[in-house]
Design a protein. Structure first.
Length: 139
């Protein structure tokens, strides 16, 4: 499969925007009401996603890029001029997301689906007793 480099994409600028996006995820806050009824800003790190980065962040920054599907196809093509850049971005996103999941316990489904994490498996053993052949009147 070959993807044409139909767009003139600056890999250095793409990396800069990825770092800016991660910085934005790190500084993310949410508004929360206090017991007094005040609204306060609370830090709540955001898990970075490729879909948001490509579909919104880059577009918001007026950076013309491929679709999300092309992003994943380029990752598979070592000969593509953006392959190394996208692999660096993918690693950075996964490393950051892993830290958020591990330290804040959020994004569990993201961790399972995109980071390959699993729950600790608990194995329950039960013993089945066949009571059909027991005579209740026997001594």
């Amino acid at each position: 499969m070959e993807i044409k480099t139909r767009k003139n994409i600056d890999p250095e600028r793409l990396l800069e925007l990825a770092v800016e996006y991660l910085d934005n995820c790190e500084k993310h806050t949410i508004q929360q009401a206090t017991a007094k009824g005040d609204i306060v800003e609370i830090k709540s790190r955001k898990i970075p996603t490729f879909k948001y980065f490509i579909s919104f962040w880059l577009r918001h920054k007026d950076f013309d890029f491929y679709t999300r599907q092309h992003f994943h196809e380029v990752l598979k093509l070592d000969a593509h001029p953006l392959s190394d850049t996208l692999k660096k971005i993918e690693d950075a996103f996964k490393n950051y997301a892993t830290d958020v999941v591990a330290n804040e316990g959020k994004g569990i489904f993201y961790a399972k689906n995109f980071l390959g994490m699993t729950d600790r498996q608990q194995i329950d053993t039960t013993q089945n007793i066949n009571i059909m052949n027991i005579d209740p009147l026997a001594d």
